[in-house]
Design a protein around this ligand. Structure first.
Ligand code: NAD
Length: 245
């Protein structure tokens, strides 16, 4: 119970890594706002959390729309009284080789994966500054260093790293830490869509030789959200079995 009575919000919490993070935070004692464009999904996750005896609020939001992203933070304040932990996990990919990448695929990925993080973090930073406490954890990707077919996704995820390191510096004296987790290849619906040939190539790049579980990422989030990580800010933690793309 490292997070007893902490108030958290997780974006993209309907499934995959976000769902595992929301459940882990609740298991550690937090009440959780579970936000996603998929309402049915977050309703189920909220039920699971309530069954653990914690509070949960499900929200249908698109993080790339400012007012909706801000609703997450406002709901935390109104319904839970404060926001101690924000996990920016919502993300999409629209892979294509650069010469075939459409404007729409570029803009959509940047809007969700980078601008969404900005909207949520800016709103949270205002509240957390007033509280004098906060833990912000942003989910980037091993692809931030560059990956064939992912110019849009890599740009957004590298943006998340630069953004987080800046926010970490700005908020360091306000009791707020900002850190980044870079998952490698984790077993979720996002990666189950990867063609077998590509999957085989990715597997060659994982020294541990196995695909990660959403819980592997959730465990790292729980640590960064806890007081044990009080002196860690602006850090990048790879959760990828040693994977280098
Ligand atoms: N799975 C991996 O191997 C892997 C690796 C590196 C990084 N990541 C990152 O981890 C995060 C979670 O990935 P996942 O594998 O669980 O993906 P996923 O597709 O299974 O889940 C993503 C969730 O985000 C939600 N979402 C999408 N757009 C949204 C929006 N505009 N507003 C709110 N919610 C939205 C989806 O509805 C879904 O529930 C993403 O940021 C992804 O880029 C995943």
């Amino acid at each position: 119970m490292r997070l007893k009575d902490k108030k958290a919000a997780v974006t993209g919490a309907a499934r995959g890594i976000g769902r595992a993070i929301a459940l882990k935070l609740a298991r550690e004692g937090a009440d959780v706002i579970v936000a996603d464009i998929n309402l049915e999904g977050v309703q189920k996750v909220a039920e699971e959390i309530k069954n653990m005896g914690r509070k949960a609020v499900d929200l249908k939001v698109d993080v790339s729309i400012k007012e909706e992203a801000e609703k997450i933070i406002n709901t935390a304040k109104d319904e839970l009284g404060r926001l101690d932990i924000l996990v920016n996990n919502a993300g999409i990919n629209r892979d294509a080789m650069l010469h075939k990448m459409s404007d729409e695929d570029w803009e959509k990925v940047l809007a969700v994966d980078l601008t969404g993080v900005f909207f949520c973090t800016r709103a949270a930073a205002k509240l957390m500054r007033d509280q004098g406490y906060g833990r912000i954890i942003n989910i980037s990707s091993a692809s931030w260093m560059g990956n064939i077919g992912q110019a849009n996704y890599s740009a957004a995820k590298a943006g998340v790293v630069g953004f987080s390191k800046t926010a970490a510096r700005e908020l360091a004296r306000k009791g707020i830490t900002v850190n980044v987790i870079c998952p490698g290849f984790i077993d979720t619906e996002m990666t189950r869509a990867v063609p077998d040939k590509v999957r085989a190539k990715i597997m060659e790049k994982i020294p541990m030789g196995e695909v990660g579980k959403p819980e592997d990422v959730a465990n790292a989030v729980a640590f960064l959200a806890s007081d044990e990580a009080r002196y860690i800010t602006g850090a990048i933690i790879d959760v990828g079995g040693g994977m280098v793309l």
